[in-house]
Structures are given as C-alpha cells and as structure tokens.
Design a protein around this ligand. Structure first.
Ligand code: PLP
Length: 236
C-alpha cells in the first residue's frame, strides 16, 4: 500500500485548510462553518493516527467491517462519519460505532437504526443521501422522495436528521458538479422551510470531494469529504 508520510499528510491538510479559508472568504462565508471530514477508507489505523497528530479529528469511513477495528483502536481521539452504502443488516453495528451516518436513504434503514439506538440509549445525527444527479450507479433517495422520507423519519425519536449528503456523477472536472451541488442546496432550503430537519442542530450540506470541494464550498457545503488529496491514492 502506498502510504503518505506523516509530513505529507500534515502538509496536505494545511493546503486544504488554506483553500477552505480562501474559498470561503471569496464567497463571503465563514470558514468555521465548513467541516473537513478526512476520508480514511482503505488506509490503516496508523495513517489515521498521523492525521490526528496533524490536528484532524473527524474521519469518514465507507465499510463497516473495515471501520470497526479502526474505530476501536482509535478510541475517543476522533469522531467518525459513515459515508458508504449501509445495508439494514449492518445497522446495529453502525448505530454503535458512528457519530454521524451520512447515507440514510430508506425508511427501512432508518427504522433499523432507530430500533438499535433505543436499545443502546443513544441518539444519532443522520443525513439523507440524495441521488441528486439521478445516477443509476449511485445509491441515495431520489430528490422527489426526500420530503416523504423525512416526514416518515420524524417518528424515530433517536434519529436527528440534520441535512443532506450527495455524491454527483463522477466527472474529473469539478465544475461539472456545480449544478448538482446547487440542486442539493435548493432542496435543503425547501426542506428547511418545511421544518423537516432537527430544530436542535444547524442544517448540514455534505458535498464535495478531492476534485470538486472548492465548487461545493461556493455552493454552500458545510461538510466536505476528502480522501485522496489528504492520504494519496487508495489501493483496491
Ligand atoms: C471515497 C469517498 C470520498 C472521498 O473521495 P476522494 O476523491 O478520495 O476525496 C468522499 N465521499 C464518499 C461518499 C466517498 O465514498
């Protein structure tokens, strides 16, 4: 596996932080309202430790089994967002391990999460994953289904729906993501007006990855999820 050295990780994080600040200032936003989730999938615990040393405290993981060992090893030093496709039969362990689940896209999954959270006496912030670009290869609720899904989720007292997440159809040109990010923001504004998000939290828009996060910030992202630009290429 190609592992970036601690020095490189620290430098990459600094570069991204600078870009977040510059981009936020250019579009009149407060950089403090943009959270960087470092996507550590396919990288070992030692690499996460290096990022923690460099000051990063929030990480994103895609695979339950892989994440479990890493989160247990890291302990309380960091918090973790689940950003992969979550099968209902993995809801129990996800409900136990993660601080935020960004990829809720069905009532069945929400019901399963809530059931286990009640047993664990935990509450959990969730985002609804929206397939905003209607990409047949991507999971996520359709934009038109999101309102109904949130209305139904309101019955689950241990889930706090705080916003929307999306991954647009892949295009190496980050500008191609702009229209999708804009649509996600407009959808979130509409759902906020209808009071469908938790009143106890600020509304989150999780969008933007290594190649398009500046565009996402310009379009209103409050959470950006970056892997490659911090840790280097993943090996599959
Ligand atoms: C892998 C992944 C990322 C990070 O992608 P990079 O291109 O490596 O920055 C972000 N979001 C999701 C949902 C991912 O699966």
């Amino acid at each position: 596996m190609l592992i970036e050295t601690a020095m490189t990780i620290s430098k990459n994080l600094q570069k991204i932080t600078n870009t977040i600040q510059a981009t936020a200032h250019e579009c009149g936003r407060d950089p403090d309202e943009i959270q960087l989730v470092a996507v550590s999938k396919k990288f070992p615990t030692a690499v996460i430790e290096e990022a923690i040393q460099a000051g990063q405290t929030v990480f994103g993981e895609n695979y339950i089994q892989e994440a479990q060992g890493k989160i247990e090893e890291i302990g309380g030093k960091a918090s973790f967002h689940f950003i992969g496709h979550l099968q209902s039969n993995k809801a129990k362990i996800a409900a136990q391990l993660f601080n935020v689940i960004e990829t809720v896209d069905s009532l069945k999954l929400a019901a399963n999460l809530d059931k286990h959270l009640k047993i664990f006496q935990r509450t959990l912030r969730i985002l609804i994953q929206v397939n905003i670009g209607e990409d047949p290869n991507k999971s996520g609720a359709a934009a038109v289904e999101t309102e109904k899904l949130l209305l139904d989720i309101a019955q689950f007292s241990n889930l706090h729906p705080v916003g929307l997440m999306t991954m647009p159809p892949y295009n190496p040109d980050g500008e191609a993501s702009r229209i999708h990010f804009r649509h996600l923001r407009e959808l979130a504004e509409n759902l906020t007006e209808k009071k469908l998000f938790s009143p106890h939290h600020k509304v989150e828009l999780s969008m933007g990855m290594s190649h398009d996060y500046s565009v996402a910030i310009q379009e209103g992202a409050t959470i950006i999820r970056i892997g490659t630009a911090i840790f280097g290429q993943r090996q599959y």
